[in-house]
Design a protein around this ligand. Sequence first.
Ligand SMILES: [Zn+2]
Length: 84
Amino acid sequence: MNSTAATLVIRERLRQRLLPHEEPWRCQGEYCGGCLCDGCGERITSAQASYEVDFAPGVTPQSVRLHRRCFEIWLCESQQQPLS
Ligand SMILES: [Zn+2]
C-alpha cells in the first residue's frame, strides 16, 4: 500500500471514529511484528518499525498500533480533522 492509499484509509477511519483524534498520551516505538496496523489495516512485519500509542482514559479506542509511516500520517490527519 502506498502513502496515498494509506492516507485515504486512515482519513476514513478517523471519520468513522475507529481512530482517535486526540493527542497521544504515550507512544512507544517497537519492533513487534505479527499484529495488524490500526491505520492501514495491513500486517506489521518484524522488519517494520511500529508505534504502540496509548490514549488518556475515556478515549476510544484506548490504544492503537501503527506502522511508523501510518503513525505519521495519522498525526497529521488527526490534526486536520475538525472536532465535532
Ligand atoms: Zn499501517
